[in-house]
Design a protein around this ligand. Structure first.
Ligand code: ADP
Ligand code: ZN
Length: 746
């Protein structure tokens, strides 16, 4: 008797909105299950596709057969699929691409099939292994003609600065011929290095036990524990000043959830920058209970961690934004630490925001969600005002030490990066055996070269930005595309040899400090000095053990670590971030200044802050100085209301980019035209703004334009976009993307 043919519905990892049906040959039927992957023939190629479910159908004419079933275990649960479908619909992104983003990339390494390393060998193994690394040569000769593959390999090595051989193989397949040739030409160098091991695992952590909480912390914990016991979705904003003991509250709330047999997910902005937080988890819980997803993991290691979570072996997952997809089941609590950080938003591909998705996943799982910050987003504070988030406050520092005293130094007419006042304060601090942090609010304010003849700054030929001058590397570098020229060099416009240094980058401040304070031990922390693995941690520990006096750095130094010895914080160019063309620039400035001010005086000695600004009168600066988040919130909310920005409007951005300027312009104009038409037809309350050149008009050789959609009604925005998706046409030369709830408008 002929049985009904089995047909499955699959999603493919391509930018296609549709799902597809395939026939399953009788021999493979027993291996079909939702959550596994299959190989399917697709447009003449073989693709791995994701099984979404089986379909009953007796009309199977024309359907193709699957080739094979890849996985023995399902990769996701029904619950997770619901979450992925929600994401696909909300961000208007194909489900297959959502699945691809959500699953660890190491899952595609075919070599891993069946040769699974058990997690214990990662933690317990003490054999030392070496890997081969490739780096760009420091002073490469004039480039010979290279084949396309060799050129691609070289480009990657130059971009990444160092690439392990294994990664090259997984990206390019066999490429030893190309590597040999590049090395012969003197374009790259090869080196052996001990395999990088998770720095957190190396640390010997002393076990500690829960602290006795102060009254505010206890009240916070009671609320969270009661919520967890109800096992229903409960979202909270934990607003606590720096050092108020938020992390201790997370730890104890998580312990409670684990006792009840559920699991915990902890999202942090960038895990390599928060070693202290990870260490505190290690000290409190069994290492085997914790999975850490950080950027230092290779694809294979990431896959191992992922599988340990999938199998229920790790009950606490700590990671950066992509950890929101971690295959945890029975989630009882989700913590989003530093919820205001922009890095929770992914800037390309699936442009999701992990902070927002934490709330969605929490709702689906019936979990408690804690958004923690000393400087919450304006939109979070507003949601708390409206009762959509429960508000928990920790208004005091644990140790009872007061917030630091802040003085401003008006820099008008001061012809130096470091004012006499800051110089003196640094001198006194170092002489007294204290430590200082000098923070450079650098965005848009790095050192660059300007021609002494024609006054043109040295600019990137691919991007509309000036090149940053790196004195020690002898190069001017584009921070967007990595274009680099030898520096100081000559002016490309007029050939003049006399280039002047302008701006004040960290490197320049470091030199000034060494001149001003001979003998002081100065450390610099920025993306240049921390690109090597583990270098960030080494810098931090030199500061922590007192073998450095002054730490100078960018935003990176404001993140989550505690230096009890720091009594002085100097801020260079406090208002730099106010000049960024983005409606959130005041909010960002307030946040970063509050965070950096909070770095002072966390130990026993009282803290002091000296803040240099050309114009210290702006409310973002004044409120940060006064530690007055309440007043900042009120003023900023008023500005948002008047200007029609979140939380009073919902935004979406449609971007167009391409190498042909005119084509991009035409596509963007045509897009705006269609959007206006749809807006009128559907009678939507909505503004279509633009198209306008993106603030960063050229990026990596591509011209960029964007349209901003703004509506007080989210449903209207969604209806417009859905209609646009069915109406739009596309051309091959212009790339388009939709960014829902954009965070970076440049
Ligand atoms: P936050 O996360 O708000 O910055 P932390 O949780 O890091 O604050 O707490 C700041 C410091 O105070 C840490 O060194 C922490 O170990 C300590 N701490 C936190 N809670 C307590 C407590 N109840 N008793 C004693 N020390 C505490
Ligand atoms: Zn560039």
């Amino acid at each position: 008797m002929p049985s009904l043919a089995q047909v499955i519905e699959v999603a493919v990892p391509l930018p296609l909105e549709k799902t597809y049906h395939y026939l399953v040959p009788a021999g493979l039927v027993h291996r079909i299950a939702t959550g596994r992957r299959v190989f399917v023939p697709f447009g003449g190629r073989r693709l791995s596709a994701y099984i979404l479910g089986t379909v009953e159908c007796d009309e199977t004419g024309g359907l193709k057969e699957i080739i094979d079933v890849i996985d023995d275990e399902p990769l996701w649960t029904e619950n997770e699929l619901d979450f992925f479908r929600w994401i696909a619909s909300y961000y208007l992104h194909p489900l297959g691409e959502v699945l691809k983003t959500a699953l660890p990339s190491g899952i595609n390494l075919s070599s891993r099939k069946g040769s699974a390393r058990e997690p214990e060998t990662i933690t317990g193994g003490h054999t030392i292994r070496f890997e081969t690394l490739y780096r760009p040569a420091p002073s490469p000769p004039v480039q010979d003609t290279l084949g396309p593959k060799a050129a691609e390999v070289l480009e990657l090595i130059r971009r990444e600065q160092e690439v392990p051989a294994a990664e090259l193989r997984s990206r390019f397949g066999q490429c030893s011929t190309q590597l040999k040739r590049l090395a012969e030409l003197g374009l790259i160098q090869q080196e052996q290095r001990e395999i990088y091991r998770d720095p957190f695992r190396e640390q010997v952590t002393r076990r500690d036990s829960p602290r006795e909480l102060n009254l505010h912390q206890q009240a916070a914990l009671d609320i969270l524990n009661q919520a967890a016991d109800r096992q229903a979705f409960a979202p909270y904003l934990l607003h606590g000043v720096t050092g108020s003991g938020k992390t201790e509250v997370y730890l104890q709330a998580i312990a409670h959830v684990l006792e009840k047999g559920r699991t915990a997910l902890v999202l942090v902005p960038e895990i390599s920058l928060t070693p202290q937080l990870v260490q505190r988890f290690r000290a409190r819980f069994d290492s085997g209970d914790i999975a850490i997803l950080h950027s230092g993991l290779s694809d294979g290691e990431r896959f191992d961690e992922w599988r340990r979570i999938r199998r229920g072996l790790a009950r606490i997952v700590i990671g950066a934004r992509s950890a929101v997809f971690a295959p945890l089941e029975r989630i009882g609590i989700i913590v989003v630490d530093e919820e205001h950080e922009a890095s929770f938003k992914q800037g390309e591909g699936l442009r999701y925001n992990a902070r927002d998705l934490a709330l969605v996943r929490g709702r689906m799982e019936g979990a408690t969600v804690v958004l923690g910050s000393a400087t919450p987003l304006i939109t979070s504070l507003h949601a708390a005002d409206q009762g959509r988030l429960g508000l928990i406050r920790l208004p005091e520092r644990v140790r009872g030490n007061p917030m630091p005293m802040v003085d401003t130094v008006a820099m008008q007419g001061v012809n130096a990066a470091i004012s006499p006042q800051l110089h003196q304060a640094l001198q006194e601090t170092v002489a007294g055996g204290g430590q200082a942090i000098v923070f450079l609010n650098r965005r848009g304010f790095a050192t660059f070269l300007v021609c002494g003849e024609c006054n043109q700054p040295l600019a990137c030929p691919n991007c509309s930005v000036t090149l940053t001058y790196h004195k020690s590397r002898g190069r001017s570098v584009c921070h967007y595309c990595d274009y680099a020229v030898p520096a100081p060099g000559t002016c490309p416009a007029c050939g003049c040899l006399e280039l002047k240094e302008l701006g004040a980058g960290t490197e320049r401040i470091e030199h000034s400090l060494q001149d001003l304070l001979p003998g002081a031990r100065v450390l610099r922390m920025d993306s240049d000095t921390t690109s090597g693995k583990g270098s960030h941690g080494r810098l931090l520990s030199r500061m922590a053990d007192g073998s450095a006096d002054i730490l100078i750095g960018t935003q990176m130094i404001t993140k989550g670590h505690d230096f009890p010895g720091v009594t002085l914080v100097g801020v260079i160019n406090a208002e730099a971030s106010l000049n960024i063309p983005d409606f959130r620039s005041a909010e960002r400035t307030f946040q970063v200044l509050s965070q950096v001010i909070g770095r002072a005086g966390r130990g026993d000695a009282p803290g002091r802050v000296l803040l240099q600004a050309l114009n210290p009168g702006h409310y973002a600066i004044q409120c940060a100085i006064a530690h007055d988040g309440e007043s900042f919130y009120r003023q900023e909310l008023e500005f948002r209301r008047e200007a029609g920005y979140p939380p009073f409007a919902f935004l979406a951005r449609i971007g167009f980019s391409g190498t042909a300027e005119r084509a991009v312009e035409e596509r963007a104009e045509a897009g705006a035209h269609v959007l206006q038409q749809l807006r009128r037809e559907l009678k939507l309350r909505l503004e279509v703004l633009g198209p306008a050149p993106a603030p960063l008009y050229r990026l990596r050789g591509r011209y960029r334009r964007q349209i901003l959609l703004k509506s007080p009604i989210r449903g209207d925005l969604r209806r417009l976009l859905a209609a646009w998706f069915t109406r739009r046409t596309s051309v091959a030369t212009v790339r388009e993307f939709v960014d829902i709830d954009p965070v970076d408008m440049t």
